[in-house]
Design a protein around this ligand. Structure first.
Ligand code: NAP
Length: 292
């Protein structure tokens, strides 16, 4: 069994990105600038967005956090999106989801200029992804593709079972794994909460991607020996032995499943760190796509 180490892989990518920014500066080109809009004070979102902004600064990107109270109206948020769309100094931006209930997330996502949509959630970018045209790929699935690439794991002809069909992870991952590319060319089964007899399906998988948010859901009896496993799930589990009072758990019963796998991502330190670097890779790509 080999660990797919997202922490060290993302560190290597950050160094490459840092070099790329340095080269750009040397040749008089613009420094990439990512903005992140955060609405409200949800602890998890604050941590995620803070980590994204900090990671950008560390590698020499400009990054701006725009923090708004959850009393902001939908119209005010749409006006802010419009401002960011028009701001030449901002190359890409994200609006951290979820948004408060009084704001329509779809409206906000649709208002973002697809050329600056580095989260890759705009229907234009999702369409480009399906057609394999240039655009932004959603960060978490793109991070997993990067792991397949960096570890040179062959995916062609393999049966890939994706568990979970969210718009940000499971659904796009199932499309990317089925495209005629590397990584890709897999035969894909997309499963969800209504899937019957999931175990019979996972037992036929060469590759399993779990993205459901249920700690320890995938057990050793559900996989065949040699499975390649990527665990997207991150759930806080109460734990009195930890200073913070919790530990992070993936969707996989790691202790018993890992010995049966050929490759597996740990949680934390697997898919999570790759998501952040994907966002930075997208921001650099935004400069190229926009001819800067
Ligand atoms: P989500 O919106 O929370 O949806 C969960 C998905 O899991 C749904 O499609 C649901 O099916 C499916 N599901 C739930 N119970 C199931 C079961 N018993 N069997 C099969 N499928 C089941 O998904 P998400 O936003 O992708 O998040 C999933 C997890 O990934 C969470 O723990 C989240 O924190 C984590 N995450 C991690 C990263 C990262 O960077 N590492 C990024 C994003 C998310 P239905 O559609 O039928 O309801």
């Amino acid at each position: 069994m080999q660990l797919l180490d997202g922490k060290s892989t993302s560190k290597a990518i950050r160094e490459e990105l840092s070099q790329a920014v340095h080269q750009r500066r040397k040749s008089g080109k613009k420094t990439p600038h990512l903005a992140a809009v955060l609405v409200g004070n949800d602890g998890g979102s604050l941590t995620y967005v803070g980590a994204k902004v900090k990671a950008c600064k560390k590698i020499g990107f400009e990054s701006t956090l725009i923090h708004k109270e959850d009393s902001i109206t939908e119209d005010q948020l749409l006006a802010l999106v419009d401002e960011l769309n028009k701001d030449d100094n901002i190359d890409g931006f994200i609006v951290q989801l979820p948004l408060p209930a009084h704001i329509d997330e779809k409206k906000v996502t649709l208002a973002i200029d697809p050329k600056k949509d580095v989260d890759g959630f705009h229907p234009m970018n999702l369409g480009n992804m399906v057609l394999n045209l240039p655009g932004f790929l959603p960060a978490t699935p793109a991070g997993m593709l990067e792991l397949f690439k960096r570890y040179e794991i062959e995916t062609e002809g393999k049966h890939c079972v994706v568990i979970g069909r969210s718009h940000i992870v499971g659904a796009p991952m199932s499309i990317m794994m089925g495209r005629n590319t590397f990584p890709g060319n897999s035969t894909v089964t997309l499963t969800h909460s209504r899937t019957k007899n999931l175990k019979a399906i996972t037992l036929q998988a060469d590759i399993i991607i779990t993205a459901i948010g249920k700690p320890g859901f995938l057990t050793a009896d559900m996989i065949q020996p040699g499975t390649i496993l990527m665990d997207v799930g991150i759930t806080r589990v109460e734990d009195d032995t930890k200073k913070k009072g919790y530990h992070l758990s993936g969707d996989v019963d790691f202790e018993n499943v890992a010995p049966k796998c050929s490759y597996i991502t740990p949680v934390p330190g697997g898919v999570g760190p790759m998501t952040i670097v994907s966002l930075m890779m997208n921001t650099l790509k935004a400069m190229e796509l926009n001819g800067k």
